[in-house]
Design a protein around this ligand. Structure first.
Ligand code: ADP
Ligand code: MG
Length: 339
């Protein structure tokens, strides 16, 4: 059973950036307005994420890392609703199968915080000989999750990571994108032992201010806002398209300029990307791409549940209608800029 769980974990958590994505989504789900991330060796040695969200009840701690045990999704309808997004209670479990996990958490109603350690899906003693149960500890409201020695039990996988700085770059990329999409949250990311963070945003910022801060001010200054577009507005299955795109004359793609969120989860869609790139081919040199941030809200019933949750490439019903809607909005934005 452990081998199967380990394989499942390795499929979900390929590298530090995957673990960070899952952890920060949990912090967002917990209503946090502050998320601070500290990494050693690009996350390979340790990942720590501190949030000020609603915390975890002490009673939920013993089963926290058990697969499927603690998922937010309790009913089958929830599962259907979520479509391809979210890991249905697999994320923390998976992380505990490939690293040493410690959780310190405190809800508003707790008099003190609670600490628990996990390995391979189960709660373990914090010291040899002590009982495997949460221990009282001093803590602020919210949750601190630390994952150490990623892939310590998978030597081949571990050896495949040549460059911690490459992993760190990938982590910064994920956090930067979530920070653009969630400007109400204050984000910090730094390397352990350094005082100057590589990402730092104030609480209650804006999309544009975070783009200026995390990409460059000149990109933020030229961005065009797409008109808010609602498809099938009269239907219960309506979809909403929002977004910002770069001006037709400048090439920002080298700076990681592709942010697609569907129902608040960062995903990939080559089909959408190609369609937008095609609108710019008249302006940009061959092979160049615009900078694009798109946020789509789609009824989860339309999302293809046949795609495995670990694949970030998504498909949904009425994809062509959605792409027409997106392209129309991009063209309107470009036309408004008189290019
Ligand atoms: P899922 O998010 O699909 O429910 P996870 O394995 O990601 O599964 O998380 C399991 C559960 O642990 C969540 O449902 C949530 O109740 C709790 N949890 C995890 N991280 C946090 C956090 N930072 N703050 C509050 N609760 C959390
Ligand atoms: Mg989760």
């Amino acid at each position: 059973k452990d081998v199967i769980n380990q394989i499942a974990a390795a499929e979900i958590i390929h590298r530090p950036a995957n673990a960070i994505k899952e952890l920060l989504e949990n912090s967002l789900d917990a209503g946090s307005s502050s998320i601070k991330i500290t990494l050693k060796d690009g996350g390979l040695k340790s990942i720590q994420i501190i949030d000020n969200g609603h915390g975890i009840n002490k009673a939920d701690l013993p089963l926290l890392c058990e697969r499927y045990a603690t998922s937010k999704l309790q009913k089958f309808e929830d599962l259907q609703k979520l479509g391809t997004y979210g890991f249905r209670g697999e994320a923390l479990a998976s992380i505990s199968y490939c690293s040493h996990v410690e959780v310190v958490t405190k809800t508003k109603n707790d008099g003190c915080g609670w600490k628990a350690n996990y390995q391979d899906g189960v709660i373990i003693p914090s010291k040899p000989g002590s009982p495997a149960e949460p221990k009282p500890t001093a803590a602020n409201d919210g949750t601190v999750i630390t994952a150490e020695d990623l892939f310590y039990n998978m030597p081949l996988r571990k050896r495949a990571f040549k460059s911690p700085s490459d992993e760190y770059t990938r982590v910064l990329d994920v956090i930067t994108k979530y920070a653009v999409h969630n400007p109400h949250v204050s984000w910090v990311c730094k390397k352990a032992g350094t005082s100057l963070p590589d990402i730092s945003t104030p609480v209650n910022s804006t999309v544009k201010a975070n783009i200026a801060n995390l990409y460059t001010p000149s990109l933020a200054a030229e961005l065009l806002e797409m008109p808010l577009t609602v498809l099938q507005p009269e239907s219960k299955l309506s979809s909403t398209i929002r977004g910002w795109v770069s001006n037709a004359n400048s090439n920002w793609a080298r700076k990681g300029g592709w942010l697609l969120f569907i129902n608040n989860r960062l995903v990939e869609s080559n089909k959408i990307k190609k369609a937008i790139d095609a609108l710019y081919t008249a302006y940009l040199p061959k092979g160049a791409s615009p900078w694009v941030y798109l946020s789509l809200e789609i009824d989860p019933a339309k999302i293809d549940v046949n795609v495995h949750p670990t694949k970030s490439e998504v498909h949904f019903l009425n994809e062509d209608e959605m792409i027409d809607g997106i392209c129309g909005a991009v063209q309107t934005a470009l036309a408004g800029a008189n290019v």
